[in-house]
Design a protein around this ligand. Structure first.
Ligand code: GLV
Length: 325
């Protein structure tokens, strides 16, 4: 008998076929997260689940789905999954690292450029029919080239963002729990500094850290006050890394110049006061949202899930303690 797998959203045919070859699939034909009660109900009798960043898997879920062997999330970040609880219940957890690195780094740059050069304000200005004549002092932004880029979290995505900065002749600083190896630093000419130095010296601060208990509100009032008044903050990591209330204060009172945000503290709910600020460019968590990358991510998740259920070690296993190969 084929193992039963739940897929919590409609996925491209290519990826669906990978799972269907060896599993019996229940596919939810929609594109939104599944409430916890429904998730638990649908997981009854399922051995695998292919899920997405907004589906919550915690102790309450794991304790009520005794057949479950693997949660394969279609994302690199997995803060929505309590991996320790999964491990206690002997459930494998996998993610999709690597395939979305460049796409997310591109989006980071899109936000950085759009914020610094006021592209969204310019777009609104043109559409509103306000452009009557060319103006020398219209929508003056901030230079990007030859400035200092500060990267918080020098992992795959942080390094890909740094590689793109080379074309802008930027000075690159980074901070992380540990200093990266020489080769990684030299590849992009990046300098390891402490958090305070990074915040004080950077013109652009880009966040690429996973969400962990240590990184919640990594950027709060104190940090925003340390930044330059001309600095721009870009968050394409996870919303709660920034204290959104403090950010609103900083943007309204001019502690920093602007922010480019792809993620929000309680998304899709957004701190209401952010919406009226012109110095913010916002996107609805689309860091990895290109057709090419979404197909790669979901195919990778399908392969992880099938491997786990066919008795092979899933390539992107996050809790190897559970593996009994
Ligand atoms: C998206 O946010 C991801 O973690 O892949």
């Amino acid at each position: 008998m084929k193992p039963k797998v739940l897929i919590t959203r409609t996925i491209p045919k290519e990826a669906l076929e990978i799972v269907q070859r060896s599993c019996e699939v229940e596919l939810l034909k929609r594109d939104r997260s599944t409430p916890k009660r429904e998730l638990i109900r649908r997981l009854q009798g399922k051995e695998g689940v292919i899920s997405f960043a907004s589906d919550i898997f915690d102790e309450e879920v794991f304790s009520q789905v005794p057949h479950l062997k693997i949660v394969s999330t279609v994302a690199v970040g997995y803060d929505n999954i309590d991996v320790q609880a999964a491990t206690r219940h002997k459930v494998m957890v996998t993610n999709t690292p690597g395939v979305l690195t460049d796409t997310t780094a591109d989006l980071t740059w899109a936000l950085l450029l759009a914020t610094a050069r006021r592209i969204v304000e310019g777009d609104h200005f043109v559409r509103a029919g306000k452009w009557k004549h060319w103006m020398f002092m219209l929508l003056l932004g901030h230079d990007i080239h030859h400035k200092t880029l500060g990267i918080v979290g020098f992992g795959r995505i942080g390094q890909a963002v740094a590689r793109r900065a080379k074309g802008f002749d930027m000075r690159i600083l980074y901070t992380d729990l540990f200093q990266a190896d020489k080769a990684a630093e030299e590849a992009v000419n990046a300098t390891y500094v402490d958090k305070e130095t990074l915040l004080k010296e950077s013109d652009f601060v880009c966040l690429h850290t996973p969400l962990t208990p240590e990184t919640i509100h990594f950027i709060g009032e104190k940090e925003l006050k340390m930044m330059k008044k001309t600095a721009i903050l870009v968050n394409a990591a996870r919303g709660p890394v920034v204290d959104e209330k403090a950010l609103v204060k900083a943007l309204r009172q001019g502690w920093i110049a602007g922010a480019g945000l792809d993620v929000f503290e309680k998304e899709p709910k957004i701190e209401r006061r952010l919406l009226s600020l012109k110095n913010v460019v916002m996107a609805p968590h689309i860091g990895s949202a290109t057709m090419e990358t979404r197909i790669k991510m979901v195919s990778m998740a399908a392969e992880n899930c099938v491997a786990g259920l066919m008795g092979k070690r899933p390539p992107n296993l996050l809790n190897p303690e559970v593996w009994q190969g």
